[in-house]
Design a protein around this ligand. Sequence first.
Ligand SMILES: [Zn+2]
Length: 453
Amino acid sequence: MIANVLVMIRKRSRTVIGAALLGCCFMAPQAAPAADCPGNPNALGTSRTIVVDPREHPRIGTMQYPETLPLADHEVVLTFDDGPLPKYSNQVLAILASQCVKATFFTIGSQARFNPEGVRKLIAAGHTVGTHSQNHPLTMNKMPLEKVRQEVDDGIASTLAALNGDKSKLAPFFRIPGLMRAEIPEAYLASQGIQVWSADFPADDWRHISPQRVYDLAIQRIEAKHKGILLLHDIQPRTVAALPRILNTLRERGYRIVHVVPATADRPATPTQPQQWFMHPPTETVATTRWPRIPNFVFTATRTLPAAVFADLDWRDADILDHAQRARVGVPVRTLWPQPQVAQLAPVSTLPIPAADVFRVPEALDLTLLAANRRLTQRAAGPAAGAPRAQAISARQARHPKQAAHQIPAAAHGGGHGAPLHVAPPGASNAAVHVAKRSPRAEASAAGKRVPD
Ligand SMILES: [Zn+2]
């Protein structure tokens, strides 16, 4: 019962998705539906054809790249590599024809040279033909540009030769041999407008495994992703053996086959949205990003709010003040900053040059200071050692003439701290006595002369 409900939900969701896709993809040429498949009313058929522009999406296939074909749920694209090889390629063509499904073939140039008729059969059956290098080297990831260019160009030339040079029949699609991707081949192919096709799931049909194993892997991997590009080979017997069952199972499980063709001047690309090129596009509930790219969110609405104006950034906005008052967090104090009208201070006038008599010390005060200084000097030296100490001081001054020279000019103009303590004004006898006690060396030092030791 639950299973039946789930099936109904799944079918209903597919109907909705299908209806949505019809809206965006009706421009693409439609392939023959399964009901139109002659001789097989239950054929899988080709549900639709999409037109892709290699220059808009240069690399596809989630095995190696972020993007893949813009497929809906339960849509599969079939691809076959390494042909054409008559023995198996013809059988693959017959199986596909019996189900009326279209695929994409990536031919090897050397195979096309040996079997040009096989290339023409692919085109005649309505399939898309891309290329797969000239010699299928598994070292394209290590090749210099010149070798890459040779492999790519020769493979295209060989396949084109089988088509009489008709470029309109050859798709600018390329699959790197062994999926040995690298920046050099990818860059070269992009510069040529060629789309690199990886895949979304292989079936390991190039390995020594049974057809049953190929079938199991193909179905399991398709079911794991529900849509994508299936990588097969049309040169392997196990592929030929597994392919009918693969197609039948896909039909039974509701899968649909999509045919891919390149855009041309008169065949525009199928309109798509960027998110359709992702296997699991971002949803409304899951925000994803691939750093450092800009996050690719799906927004619920496209209408944007008006851009903020400078006035909105003013913190003194009345609403903010009102909010602050209600929240009792204090109202911001209004300030002039950053207003340009800053209060200017009154111009400061220059003070007058002091007159000479400003520094003149009254005589009575000067004598008092000199007397106090003499008492202090005598107290520090002591009565007995007074004379020797004065001599020591004089000697020290002689050894530092600069210090003495500094003191004399300072005293000469009456400025400097303590100058009046050493020099008395003219006519002061006490000061003269004090100076007279200096030694000749100190006198010379006081006069700014250097005295030899
Ligand atoms: Zn290959």
